[in-house]
Write a protein that binds this ligand. Structure first.
Ligand SMILES: [Zn+2]
Length: 384
C-alpha cells in the first residue's frame, strides 16, 4: 500500500556528502539520496531562480514541499534506506551548491559566498528545515501518484518517472546501454531513432517495442517483470536485432528512416523473407513519386501495402470545381451503372473527387484524371 510521510529535514543533513559527479549523477543526504540519477537530463535552472531559493532560505520563508521516493530499506530511518528526488531537484542542487561554496550572491546588500558568512549566518541556512514528502509503495501506485504531482514543479518525462519507480540492477544495466550520452544504443541506432538518450527516449522506445513483441500491455509491465533481473541483456539483444534487421533490409540510408517505429515493423515482419535489392528499387521509385507526400510512410507501405501511409496527393478545390462544372453536376458512375439517380443534378457538397485511373495504376492528380462522384458511388468504388 502506498505510504506517504511528511518529514522536516534540515539543509545540513541534505548537503552532507553532497557530490556532483556529472553524468554519473548527483548525490547527497549522507550519500543516501539520489538528487539527480545517473544519465538523466540536466534541468536548466537560471541564476535568478537559484538565487531566489537561497534568498527564501536566508529569510526563513517556506520553500514548496519536495518529494522523495524511497528506493531501498523498510522505513525512512532504516540503515539501508535510499531515496531518489522526484520533485525538488533544482531547489536541492541550488542550496547544495551554495553550501559547497560554488557560487556567490548578494545577501543583506553584500556579495557573499557561504564561507564568508558568520557562523550564525551559516547555521541559519544549515538549520533550515525542508518539508519533504517521502513516498513508499507498490510501483503502480507510485507511478500514478508521481504523474499527479509531476504537473507542478520541475517536470520529468514519462520514462524518467518510470525509472524512479522500478530501480534495481536491471535498470542500472539498461541505463548504461540506453541512457548515457554516446551509449551503445546511440552508437548503433542514432540514425534510426529520434530523441536523445539522456532524456530516456532510447530506453522508452526500446522497451515499448519489446513489450509489444512479448504481448505486454505497457512499458510498466515490462519494467516490473524484469526489475529484479541481474542485467538488461534481453532488451539489448532485442534492440540490436531490430537495428541490424533494418540495416540489412535497407542498406541505403535515407534521412526519412529516422524516427520510424522500426521495432513494430520488426515484430510483424522479421520472420518473412525480403530481398533488399527489390525493396530498394521500390523505395527509390516511391521517393521520386510526386504523388507520395509522406515519404516516411514508404517504409511501412512496402510491408503492408496500405496506401494510407503514403498520404497520396488529393485534388485541389479548383480542380474539383472544374470537373464539377464540366459534368454539369451529374455523377458519371450513376450514369454508367444506370442508377435511378443517373439524371440527378447533385450539389457539389454532395460529391467527392475521384482519381479516374487510381494511383497504383499510374494515375496522377491532374485535371484530366479528376471526376466528381456522388458520395455513394465514391464509397462503392473503393474510397478514392
Ligand atoms: Zn453516383
Amino acid at each position: 500500500m502506498l505510504k506517504i510521510d511528511l518529514l522536516e529535514i534540515p539543509v545540513k543533513d541534505i548537503v552532507d556528502s553532497y557530490l556532483d559527479a556529472g553524468v554519473n549523477g548527483v548525490t547527497g543526504y549522507h550519500g543516501k539520496l539520489n538528487i539527480r540519477p545517473p544519465y538523466q537530463r540536466e534541468f536548466v535552472y537560471k541564476e535568478q531562480q537559484r538565487n531566489a531559493v537561497i534568498d527564501t532560505i536566508w529569510k526563513g520563508f517556506p520553500l514548496n514541499v519536495m518529494y522523495w521516493v524511497q528506493t531501498k530499506g523498510d522505513s525512512f530511518d532504516s540503515p539501508d534506506a535510499e531515496f531518489e528526488i522526484l520533485d525538488g531537484q533544482q531547489r536541492t542542487i541550488s542550496f547544495c551548491q551554495f553550501c559547497a561554496n560554488e557560487f556567490m550572491m548578494i545577501l543583506n546588500g553584500n556579495l557573499k559566498t557561504f564561507l564568508s558568512l558568520t557562523e550564525d549566518e551559516k547555521n541559519k541556512i544549515l538549520d533550515y528545515k525542508c518539508m519533504i514528502y517521502i513516498c513508499k509503495g507498490s510501483d503502480s501506485e507510485k507511478l500514478e501518484w508521481f504523474r499527479v504531482i509531476n504537473t507542478a514543479g520541475e517536470k520529468l518525462t514519462d520514462q524518467e518517472l518510470r525509472n524512479a519507480c522500478y530501480p534495481g540492477a536491471w535498470l542500472t544495466s539498461a541505463k548504461a546501454q540506453f541512457s548515457k550520452p554516446g551509449c551503445a544504443a546511440y552508437s548503433l541506432g542514432s540514425k534510426y531513432l529520434s530523441g536523445s538518450p539522456i532524456r530516456q527516449d532510447y530506453l522508452e522506445t526500446a522497451i515499448n517495442w519489446i513489450r509489444q513483441e512479448k504481448g505486454m500491455a505497457s512499458i510498466e509491465e515490462y519494467m516490473l517483470t524484469h526489475q529484479a533481473d541481474p542485467n538488461s541483456v534481453e532488451l539489448w539483444n532485442y534492440y540490436s536485432n531490430v537495428i541490424n534487421w533494418v540495416m540489412a533490409l535497407f542498406p541505403t540510408y535515407r534521412s526519412q528512416m529516422k524516427g520510424i517505429d522500426w521495432g513494430v515493423l520488426y515484430n510483424k515482419y522479421h520472420s518473412n523473407v525480403y530481398d533488399p535489392t527489390t525493396l530498394e528499387d521500390e523505395v527509390r521509385k516511391l521517393m521520386e513519386d510526386d504523388e507520395v507526400e509522406n515519404k516516411k510512410g514508404i517504409y511501412e507501405y512496402v510491408f503492408d501495402r496500405l496506401e494510407k501511409h503514403l498520404n497520396l496527393r488529393t485534388f485541389s478545390e479548383s480542380q474539383k470545381n472544374k470537373a464539377y462544372n464540366k459534368q454539369g453536376g451529374i455523377c458519371p458512375r450513376c450514369v454508367s451503372m444506370n442508377k435511378p439517380t443517373k439524371t440527378k443534378v447533385w450539389d457539389i457538397s454532395e460529391m467527392e473527387a475521384d482519381h479516374i485511373t487510381p494511383w497504383h495504376a499510374g494515375g496522377k492528380t491532374e485535371d484530366d484524371n479528376c471526376q466528381m462522384l456522388c458520395k455513394t458511388c465514391n464509397r462503392e468504388k473503393g474510397g478514392h
